[in-house]
Ligand binder design. Structure first.
Ligand code: AR6
Length: 180
């Protein structure tokens, strides 16, 4: 599924984010930035040990913030590491932190001159954020940003399974950014 936001493109597809050739891919990391399971583990395995070495120099990342490294053996030139919230029930603060993880990733990308980037579904694995809520917050945040910042030409969600893709498609339909 693809939708135009101003002069930018927002895309949803099922796949493995480590194989993306966008300028940057986003990692759903933890505050220590020293690797982990899920998408974080897959990105570190594909990028190779130099990624962990660079992450060690960064001193961690707060929840809702983002930092950037090189991509090493990945096709993507950069990795933007962000930390989503652990879900402990629906709350305005949790939602704010998830939106912030997306927004800060986009801001960091913009500052580097990145034109295309791929996101996973942040916080929806180990961190337990329900897909229906998380996908809505994620897409709303990206759409609001792209409406103001056409410098980023492509944002692609790379969703690991069918269930996640369907949740994002439903949320995108609800947000109806093309106004149809
Ligand atoms: N490509 C795209 N999406 C993936 C991939 C992949 N290769 N692998 C998993 N996913 P999670 P979180 C999806 O748990 O919830 C880590 O240990 C997965 O199906 O990776 O933000 C970190 O170090 C799910 O939809 O991240 C942290 O400690 C989504 O990626 C913690 O987990 C996110 O699941 C972060 O938890």
């Amino acid at each position: 599924m693809k939708v135009k936001i101003g002069s930018s493109m927002l895309e949803l597809l099922q796949g493995d984010i480590t194989q993306q050739d966008t300028d940057a891919i986003v990692n759903a990391a933890n505050r220590k930035l020293l690797g982990g399971g899920g998408v974080d583990g897959a990105i570190h395995r594909t990028a190779g040990p130099e990624l962990l070495a660079e992450c060690r120099t960064l001193g961690g990342c707060d929840t809702g913030d983002a930092v950037i490294t090189r991509g090493y053996k990945l096709k993507a030139r950069y990795v933007i590491h962000t930390v989503g919230p652990v879900y402990k029930g629906s709350s305005p603060n949790t939602e704010r932190l998830l939106a912030s993880a997306y927004k800060r990733s986009l801001e960091v990308a913009l500052a580097k001159g990145i034109r295309s980037m791929a996101f996973p579904a942040i916080s929806t694995g180990a961190y337990g954020y329900p897909l229906e809520e998380a996908s809505f917050v994620a897409l709303r945040t990206i759409i609001d940003f792209l409406r103001v910042h056409s410098e980023i030409k492509l944002v692609r969600f790379v969703l690991f399974n069918q269930r996640t893709l369907e949740a994002f498609e439903t949320s995108l339909g609800r947000l109806n950014p093309a106004g149809s």
